[in-house]
Design a protein around this ligand. Structure first.
Ligand SMILES: [Zn+2]
Length: 150
């Protein structure tokens, strides 16, 4: 799932669940729920998952929009939303490390039990960009609606 959808989901969870002791684990767990539903991706075949110019374009736009969103959360002092958003994305941070490691060394890193779990539940399909975009619009609408009531 794209970074922005994980971030927005975590922010919505933080806006909805005011108790940090519940929000923190739920935001983190939301990552695995979203990864287990069909979403855009080029399949799971190791770390070489960024294969086409379309993938690079989507990932670049996603990173720029996500960075802007995180900056906005900091700039507007929405720190609990920032925490929820970062937690909801956090499991994918390991893929960034693995991807960079592979690009530099041309060798895959070993995977621990958590990484194997994370990889096994992926439901990535090239045709699922519509689902990904639809979810983006829905979760963004929910976030905007909730932000108007705080
Ligand atoms: Zn993930």
């Amino acid at each position: 799932m794209i970074m922005m959808n994980h971030l927005l989901t975590g922010a919505v969870i933080a806006l909805t669940i005011k108790q940090p002791e519940l929000m923190i684990p739920l935001a983190y767990a939301s990552h695995f729920v979203l990864d287990s539903v069909p979403h855009y991706g080029e399949g799971k075949d190791g770390q070489e998952y960024i294969k086409t110019p379309v993938s690079w374009t989507i990932i670049t736009i996603d990173a720029l929009v996500s960075g802007t969103f995180l900056f906005w959360l900091v700039d507007t002092h929405h720190y609990m939303l920032l925490l929820g958003a970062v937690l909801a994305y956090m499991p994918d941070a390991t893929w960034i490390y693995r991807f960079m490691h592979y690009r530099v060394t041309k060798r895959h890193t070993s995977r621990n039990r958590m990484s194997r779990f994370h990889e096994r539940l992926q439901r990535e399909y090239t045709w699922a960009y519509g689902l990904e975009f639809t979810y983006l619009i829905v979760v963004l609408s929910v976030l905007i609606g909730k932000l108007q009531h705080i």
